[in-house]
Design a protein around this ligand. Structure first.
Ligand code: MG
Length: 163
């Protein structure tokens, strides 16, 4: 049995991952609107990845015999100023997700819920990777500044994201 408090936090984590997916899909739409199809593709992959994170927690609750209850998902922002604005928001958002996973892990430790701790190990590693890849794009965008050639090159690079 998953401790009650952990189960509640896991359901909340499903909501957060699905909100992330929704947020990134909105960003993908923004990029399509400004003709940056590589960025749009990258963000759509990000959307799919966040959906898979939500499903990982969803499946885990079922594996432990818990009941999945889905919460409402907020409307994401739809106005963005620039690619740098978007990617900076992705980085901030991923940092907040990392903080919530850390809090969830600490709760599982307090509740002596070892299976949840083991499940969360994967998420902790994943967050390191997420933050690193987004941070790299933010730094490239800062270097590019207002140079369209650089932006077009980065757009082509992001178009090649496989998963
Ligand atoms: Mg995630």
């Amino acid at each position: 049995m998953i401790p009650k408090s952990v189960l509640k936090a896991l359901r909340e984590q499903i909501r957060k991952e699905l909100y992330s997916a929704y947020y990134y899909l909105s960003m993908s739409a923004y990029f399509t609107g400004v003709n940056l199809s590589g960025f749009a593709h990258w963000m759509r992959k990000q959307y799919q990845e966040e959906t898979s994170h939500a499903l990982k927690v969803y499946d885990y609750i079922h594996e432990r015999g818990g009941k999945v209850i889905l919460e409402s998902i907020d409307k994401p922002p739809s106005e963005f100023k620039s690619p740098l604005d978007v990617m900076t928001k992705v980085l901030e958002h991923e940092r907040s997700v990392t903080a919530s996973i850390t809090a969830l892990y600490e709760l599982a430790v307090r509740e002596k819920d070892y299976p949840t701790q083991i499940m969360l190990d994967w998420f902790i590693k994943e967050q390191v990777e997420e933050e690193r890849s987004v941070d790299e794009i933010v730094n490239l965008l800062k270097m590019i500044g207002d140079a369209p050639a650089g932006l077009i090159m980065l757009d082509r690079q992001l178009a090649s994201r496989g998963s």
